[in-house]
Design a protein around this ligand. Sequence first.
Ligand code: MF3
Ligand code: CO
Ligand code: CO
Length: 271
Amino acid sequence: MTITLKSQADIDGMRLAGRLASEVLDLLAPHVQPGITTDALDRLAHDHIVQVQGAIPAPLNYCPPGYVPYPKSICTSVNHVVCHGIPNDKPLKKGDIVNIDITVIKDGWHGDTSRMFVVGDEASIQAKRLCRLTYEAMWHGILQVKPGARLGDIGSAIQVFAEAQGCSIVREFCGHGIGQVFHEEPQVLHYGKPGTGVTLQAGMTFTIEPMINAGRRDIKEAGDGWTIVTRDRSLSAQWEHTVLVTPTGYEVLTLSAGSPALPDFVTTTAC
Ligand code: MF3
Ligand code: CO
Ligand code: CO
């Protein structure tokens, strides 16, 4: 088990990559409207990352062991799609909820972040509630981050909150260490027991990215080698930030001008 600790220079690289990833979401946000296809969002993101940011879209041709190469530059997961949805030519419609997940590589460093969008701002009460609860669940995890805390503290905080709201946590996918490698150690589970697991140290960087279902937690792969859906076709939501463990707490690295407001129980993005 080797978890890389980032130096001050490394952290500068991670801060830039993180901000750029978040800025791609800022760019896409006004385009997430009824009638646009996820292919069009992919094209907008790809061209901005490559031509404006001078960066690389990490998903394009990404091929972990056992997978086929990922064919697009972003992930777009609509309604009952849990994660890794592949952009396609189907238009979004009013009331859809969509996760857009962006990972960029800038100067060798990765920034990984995702947000939920409500298409046309008119989803059902339940869909909007799921998006909000999942955002809050991610932040309950982030608030646990400080040296000496354990990974199980993060997972437990997310699980206790989400399950108290009657939602379920997807177990098969987790957050991950990140740096010069897209997915590195440790695995950051979104469920667990306080006081268990790896002890956090200043200089660690990892993602927290809970996937939360309105129905049962069971999932299946849709058949294209990537897309994951809920087995019961219930709605699923996800939010993701890349975070740094600081000497006294956390710093969220994937922030930008368009980042959504913090939940009311959160007072700071860095401490
Ligand atoms: N961005 C995803 C994550 O949060 C990984 C996507 S892999 C891809 O870890 F190939 F599907 F893009
Ligand atoms: Co991630
Ligand atoms: Co991601």
